[in-house]
Structure formats: structure tokens, C-alpha cells
Write a protein that binds this ligand. Structure first.
Ligand SMILES: Cc1ncc(COP(=O)(O)O)c(C=O)c1O
Length: 496
């Protein structure tokens, strides 16, 4: 990115500071991929726009970083990749070659994992489950992360009817009482409340020949470490209650939510969010489409609401977040959480999605049209839409990289990025993005770090627009090679 600090750029009759950028964090093989714009242009020419690139090896490297935290604390347990983060076959196959497990949240994902080489015992079935999903999970010996008493009853019925071996189950706890200082725990539609556990243990007692209690679990959709520490403590207490009831649980599953740091510089994030607040209050020119506030609103001279954005710059994310959580002291039990797990010889299971896919991919989109609106704003229409690249939907703001296929850098240009759907709100982002020069049709924008949820989670065939193909990229001969996603198998690119 070429920054002209201190310079201002015209936007909607006002001005945007030239340093209002949100530069993405890029490293490893992804940097090398971006350094070959001609090759990327050829790929889009051949395979169409949008185009997803995934980097399977990086997934395995990210898993190794989590594994190192386990080793540090001498903890056992399994890293289950939350498949929902990405549909790529290459990623799942690469993972099947490691010691990781996989967390599947649908029948389709379960079948995909089995076909990629995962044996049933390395699979964890989570999320809402219908009878077919439960049947296949039970048949292949997957662990079932049970969501409710009703689900356990259905599962026990299937096991009994088909004479399957007992299924290992984890009880997902969706609400905890805080023993000491009250800590806000957000309500969840998943799992049972800790207070309902006695009834669940009664049910498991009645189904000892069909269900085997492996342990307790939670997944909290929050970045808050305090809430997670409280939940882990709640799981430890629940394990004690289960043992008192004559069960022999051995594992605690703390779900995902370890997070990713998307931005290269904290200063970008702080500057941008501060200025966004000022813009909403009318103290500076708008930075977003119709002065959209991302949850912030002006009430006279007062800023109200809350910033509904993922903290795109995070000092603590991924494996480091796990390390920090494990070092937290349990208020009720008086020792660090890692020590408590080790003393009880409990396995620690985790289900990272986003954090395991950090730096594992990017999405390319071709510029289809560049138009000046009557307001003076510039609208860049892409051959892709907000479902193909759903960073905005997931509340993550980071700049795309303009690939200088043909042109030299020019004047910075603030542009709105519109999609190819005839929907008013089909913006890839509602904020004006500052590009190093005005793009021209045929240029490419690379949206980096899209492998976790932004690449294919929401993508579909709306308006029969082309859906992105996915290619797998791997290190080869000191550079990188590629193949279609479905043609990738572990070892690709290695010299035998
Ligand atoms: C049960 C469960 N486990 C794991 C995850 C993965 O979370 P993340 O991608 O934030 O790590 C999710 C995400 O929705 C989930 O619902």
C-alpha cells in the first residue's frame, strides 16, 4: 500500500485522511502469492472471478502452534478443526494427515470429513442435528457434542434400535452461574444450563448401555477471556458432579473462538474507529455509505449504541489466546485452569475454526466497472458479491490489496466496492476503501485472510452469478504451485 500520510482525499463533498487505511496482516506463503500478480491474473482469466485460493499447509502449521501450548502444559486432548469455517476439500484432506480431529456441524460436513480420510473416532459432531446426522455419527463412532436432552434421547434410541456400540457424548453447557463476582454470560440458544445438568445425568443414567459420558463442553461466541475462564471452571465443577453420580468423564471441550488478528497495525484500527465515531457525530466528513455507523449513532452531540465490529486488530489471538486462558486462575478452585486440567488428568479438546484458518487463503475479484456517482463518490463494481466475500457480514473490516497488474501507483482513491447482485445493499463493505490508485476494469482486488468464514460460508448461486472456484496453493521448488481444490492430496508439491 502506498500511503501519503497527512494528505486528504476528496469523498462525498468532504475529505478522507490519507492514512484512514486498515492494512491487512499478511505473512508466509500468502505474501509470496501476492507477489505474483501476473500469475494471479492468469488464474482468474482461466477460472473466473471470484476465485478462492486456499493454503492447506498453513492450516497444519497453525494446528502445530496450538499443539505447542498443549505441550507446554503437558496436557493431552484433541484439536478439532471447526469445518464450518471453510468448505475446501484440500484443507480437510491436509488436516486428515495430521493428528488433528475435525468438528462437523452437518451431515454434509460429516460425509466430507469421512471422504477426506478422517476415521470416525477423530470426528466430533456438534451443532443442531437431525436423525440422519445422528445415525451416521453413531455408526462411525464419532463423539457427539450433545446440544439438549432431547438430542441425547434420540441418539440413545438410534443406538438401541440398530445395536450400535455405545456413543461417546459431551454435554454442551450453554449457561453458567458465576460463583463469585458476577460475570456477564450471554444467553445461548445451544446447550443446557448448568442448573439442568442433574436431569441430564439422570437421562444418561437410564441410557448407560447406549451413551457413554465423555465429558462436558462449551462454545461461547465471544472474544471475552473472563467469560471463557468462567465457563471452563463451570465445566470442571460439572465434571466433579458427574463423577459423584458414578460416571467416569475424561475430557473438557472448550469449543472455538480463539480469534485472529487481521490487521498489520493497531494504530490503523484505533485511528479508523476514532474517526468513525467523529463522522457519525458529524464532526468530520462521512467515511461510510450514507454515514453508516456500524452500530454507532448520534444522539445530539452524544455518541450512542456500540461498535458492532469484530476487533480486527487483536494483540491476543489464536494459540496465544489459549495459552492466556489456561494461565487464568479459577476463582472457585483457586489454581490456574491448566493445573486443574492436569491434576485431574482431563483431556482438553478445542474446536478452533477461524484461528486455524488464519493466513490460509485469499479471494480474488476482478474490477468490472468504475463509475462516478452524482454525489462525486466513486463506485467500483466487482465481478463478485458480498456473499462471495463476506467480511462485512462477519463484521470484519480490512482493506483489499489492489494488484498492480498493469498500472503504476497513482493518487490514492477512496472508493465504494459494490457487488454483482442487483440488490441495493450488495456492498462488499459499506465503508469507503482507500486504494493506492483508482482501479480500472480488469484490475484485481485480493481480499486476504478470507479462509475463515469469509470465502464460502455464505456464498451461493444468487442470480445465477458465477460461484467462486477454489484452488489449493502449496510450496513447490522454492516457489508455489497450485491445483484445483478437489485435486489436492497431502504431499502435493513434495519431491518423493
Ligand atoms: C460449536 C462450535 N465450535 C467451534 C466453533 C468455531 O468457532 P471459531 O471459528 O470462532 O473458532 C463454532 C463456531 O460457530 C461452534 O459453533
Amino acid at each position: 500500500m502506498h500511503l501519503n500520510r497527512g494528505v486528504t482525499v476528496e469523498l462525498e463533498g468532504g475529505a478522507v485522511d490519507a492514512d484512514l487505511v486498515l492494512r491487512p496482516r499478511v505473512d508466509g506463503l500468502l505474501t509470496e502469492v501476492l507477489a505474483a500478480p501476473e500469475r494471479l491474473a492468469e488464474l482468474v482469466e482461466a477460472l473466473g472471478s471470484p476465485l478462492n485460493l486456499v493454503l492447506p499447509r498453513r492450516l497444519a502449521e497453525n494446528a502445530a502452534a496450538f499443539r505447542a501450548v498443549y505441550a507446554e502444559h503437558r496436557l493431552g486432548g484433541t484439536i478439532y478443526f471447526a469445518h464450518k469455517a471453510n468448505r475446501s476439500t484440500a484443507l480437510v484432506r491436509e488436516l486428515a494427515a495430521t493428528g488433528c480431529g475435525i468438528d462437523v456441524a452437518s451431515l454434509g460436513e460429516l460425509r466430507h470429513a469421512l471422504a477426506a480420510g478422517f476415521a470416525g473416532e477423530r470426528i466430533m459432531a456438534t451443532g443442531p442435528k437431525d436423525a440422519e446426522f445422528l445415525w451416521l455419527a453413531a455408526r462411525v463412532g464419532a463423539v457427539v457434542g450433545a446440544d439438549s436432552a432431547a438430542e441425547l434421547t434420540s441418539l440413545a434410541g438410534i443406538v438401541d434400535r440398530f445395536g450400535f456400540d455405545p456413543v461417546r457424548v459431551l454435554i454442551r453447557i450453554g449457561g453458567f452461574d458465576s460463583p463469585g463476582v458476577p460475570i456477564l454470560s450471554r444467553p445461548s440458544r445451544f446447550g443446557v444450563h448448568a442448573r439442568e445438568l442433574p436431569a441430564v445425568y439422570d437421562l444418561l443414567d437410564r441410557h448407560r448401555s447406549e451413551l457413554r459420558l465423555l465429558g462436558t463442553a462449551f462454545h461461547l461466541d465471544t472474544t471475552g477471556i473472563e467469560e471463557k475462564a468462567l465457563a471452563l471452571e463451570g465445566c470442571l465443577l460439572a465434571m466433579g458432579e458427574a463423577m459423584a453420580r458414578g460416571f467416569a468423564p475424561t475430557a473438557i471441550d472448550i469449543g472455538g473462538g480463539f480469534g485472529v488478528n487481521y490487521l498489520a497495525a493497531r494504530a490503523d484500527w484505533e485511528r479508523y474507529t476514532t474517526e468513525l465515531g467523529r463522522a457519525v457525530l458529524g464532526r468530520r466528513p462521512a467515511m461510510t455509505w450514507q454515514n453508516y455507523g456500524y452500530g454507532l449513532r448520534a444522539d445530539g452531540a452524544t455518541l450512542r449504541g456500540g461498535l458492532g465490529l469484530y476487533p480486527a486488530h487483536r494483540d491476543l489471538a489464536g494459540a496465544d489466546y489459549l495459552a492466556e486462558l489456561l494461565a487464568r486462575e479459577s476463582a472457585a478452585l483457586g489454581r490456574p485452569l491448566a493445573t486443574l486440567l492436569l491434576e485431574n488428568l482431563y483431556d482438553l479438546h478445542i474446536e478452533p475454526g477461524r484461528a486455524l484458518t488464519d493466513q490460509c487463503g485469499l479471494t480474488l475479484a476482478r474490477v468490472a466497472e468504475v463509475r462516478t456517482l452524482h454525489t462525486g463518490d466513486t463506485l467500483v463494481r466487482l465481478a463478485a458479491n458480498s456473499r462471495d466475500i463476506s467480511t462485512e457480514d462477519h463484521a470484519v473490516l480490512m482493506d483489499p490489496v489492489l494488484l498492480p497488474a498493469r498500472q503504476a501507483p497513482g493518487e490514492q482513491a477512496p472508493v465504494y466496492l459494490g457487488g454483482n447482485l442487483c440488490l441495493e445493499d450488495d456492498f462488499l463493505t459499506r465503508r469507503a476503501v482507500l486504494l493506492p490508485r483508482l482501479p480500472v476494469p480488469g484490475d484485481l482486488l485480493a481480499f486476504v485472510n478470507t479462509a475463515g468464514y469469509f470465502m464460502d460460508f455464505a456464498a451461493g448461486p444468487a442470480l445465477m452469478q458465477a460461484q467462486a472456484r477454489t484452488v489449493a496453493v502449496y510450496p513447490e521448488d522454492g516457489g508455489w504451485g497450485w491445483c484445483l481444490d478437489e485435486q489436492y492430496w497431502p504431499g502435493k508439491g513434495d519431491r518423493s
